[in-house]
Ligand binder design. Structure first.
Ligand code: ACM
Length: 521
């Protein structure tokens, strides 16, 4: 950063006016950040070292009509560390401003944005508030990492100058949290939502029921939560979300421009339900609760009418709690459901989802059932040939990509990783970044990819620190695979950009894995 004497003097004057020590401005920091360092990599970015913008106690945030929510969110991001008032106002009235503008720019679609940082102000333009929110995530990375501190830091606040024009490669960039194997309280889920939102992740898939626990209150089958929610892997404490808590979580995610996709896994992974309600078993006898990590042993009773009453009740209540378009109906590893029964089950259940106004998403095994073209199979294999998934893509279904050997955040990084599993192999940071959703599965090209999702299964994950250690630094890489143009893909450059994120994670209190592959400073 080269600053003229006049700029420096102005900075000293403005800081002195703010009652801050002039020495804070005496030694401007080296350019530790640039518009070209943003993660996920933007479509285009031109740095302008003479265009740095300095936040001061006089800076205001202006917001067009419709931009107020994002403006308030931005203010909430910038106030704790700066201590500046940063009022949200309709017009700058001559004061230095960060201006949020809504318009019609055909280049950037519904989630893109244009960000211009110049000496005299910052202008962020988008077509929607989603686009503004994405632009704010880039803007925060142009400030020093200390901006992420929860406490006031006495220092200068310079936004790196330049221009970004940006929009996503794929519509869906997701994360999944398994709250069934271990339960995570609403505040823990909110913490994860805030962490993933900064990388422009726009969906959170919650795996709400599995063999070891049922985590969502269903009023028509109340014991699912109060009894089926008591257990967790290894005898750890269970728990569940009341419908009110769940609605609050969904609203919190929406305030971070994230849509929640709820999953009830079926017809397998259902032991918690079947140990709670005897009538969900073909022999009418409740199975014992299970807290081990076996898979593939449970199955709903495919021939029994009560099974479909249960499914309809659950789907109806879940649909009413879900503003998003999709319900996830699982469908994976149904090894105890004979193939013909599996197809019969899917053919009865998928129309129930449609009856309550939602579209189906499910693990890629649902592709065998030839689901409606609106359904999104979620691929969790290792890539290569999968004729059912390829046939679904050929028939018009979009496929969500979560290859276990790249995108599963519960895989160990190395043999020494204290958490996680290794059935899909070891997934170091580079493995999570070096793949292309459009060439992963034969017959599923760019236009048939819905996007990417990074699932975190929690058999071995018990705390927020555990979540963070497995998600960081892999999640930002998977988010970049979903957002950034393929032309930006470059491991050698990425590992250096990623390293520059680390001080932000430290300031945010994120416990992350210091992979030797990344060029930490
Ligand atoms: C899965 O990992 N069973 C979807």
């Amino acid at each position: 950063m080269r600053l003229s004497r006049a700029v420096l003097t102005a900075a000293v004057v403005s800081l002195t006016a703010a009652g801050l020590p002039a020495s804070a401005a005496a030694a401007p920091a080296a350019p530790e950040r640039s518009v070209t360092d943003v993660v996920p990599a933007p479509v285009s970015a031109q740095a302008d070292p003479r265009g740095d913008f300095r936040l001061t106690p006089f800076t205001v945030i202006t917001a067009d009509r419709g931009a107020g929510q994002v403006a308030d969110y931005l203010r909430g991001l910038l106030r704790p560390a700066t201590g500046y008032p940063l009022p949200v106002v309709p017009r700058a009235a001559g004061l230095p401003a960060i201006s949020l503008k809504l318009g019609h720019d055909a280049r950037i679609g519904t989630e893109g944005y244009e960000l211009k940082v110049a000496r005299d102000g910052v202008t962020l333009k988008a077509n929607t508030s989603d686009g503004l929110f994405d632009g704010v995530q880039s803007l925060r990375q142009l400030l020093p990492a200390a901006i992420e501190s929860p406490r006031v830091q006495h220092r200068t606040w310079t936004v790196a100058g330049g221009t970004i024009l940006d929009y996503p490669r794929f519509a869906q960039r997701g994360a999944m949290l398994d709250v069934a194997r271990h339960f995570f309280k609403p505040d823990q889920v909110k913490r994860y939502i805030d962490q993933i939102a900064q990388y422009k992740v726009n969906t959170l898939h919650l795996h709400l029921a599995d063999d070891q626990g049922w985590r969502i209150e269903i009023k028509s089958w109340p014991k699912l939560a109060t009894v089926g929610g008591q257990t967790a892997v290894g005898g750890d404490p269970g728990g569940y979300y009341t419908q009110a808590q769940y609605k609050d979580l969904v609203a919190y995610a929406a305030s971070r421009h994230i849509t929640v996709i709820p999953e009830i896994d079926m017809p397998g992974h259902t032991n918690a339900a079947q140990s709670t309600y005897a009538e969900l078993n073909c022999d009418g006898v409740a199975v014992p609760p299970r807290t081990d990590t076996e898979v593939g042993y449970s199955s709903l009773c495919i021939s029994s009418p009560i099974t479909y009453q249960f499914v309809e009740d659950v789907v109806r209540e879940l649909a009413a709690l879900t503003p998003g378009e999709y319900l996830h109906i699982g469908g994976d590893e149904a090894h105890s459901t004979p193939p013909a029964d599996y197809l019969a089950f899917e053919r009865k259940v998928q129309p129930i989802v449609a009856k309550y106004g939602k579209k189906v998403t499910g693990w890629h095994e649902i592709a065998k059932s030839v689901p409606p073209v609106s359904a999104v199979p979620q691929y969790w294999g290792f890539g290569g040939d999968d004729p059912d998934v390829a046939a679904a893509a050929a028939g018009g279904n979009k496929i969500l990509m979560s290859p276990a050997n790249h995108a599963y955040l519960d895989m160990k990084y190395t043999p020494r990783t204290p958490l996680g599993q290794d059935w899909a192999g070891l997934v170091e940071v580079r493995d999570s970044y070096d793949w292309d959703p459009a060439t992963l599965v034969n017959g599923v090209g760019e236009s048939q990819v819905a996007g990417v999702e990074a699932p975190l299964w929690t058999e071995t994950i018990r705390t927020s620190d555990d979540i963070e250690y497995m998600a960081f630094p892999r999640l930002p890489g998977i988010a970049e695979i979903g957002w950034s143009p393929r032309s930006t893909h470059d491991w050698d450059a990425y590992r250096l950009r990623l390293a520059k994120q680390a001080p932000r994670w430290v300031a945010q209190g994120i416990d992350f894995y210091r992979s030797p592959q990344v060029g930490w400073q």
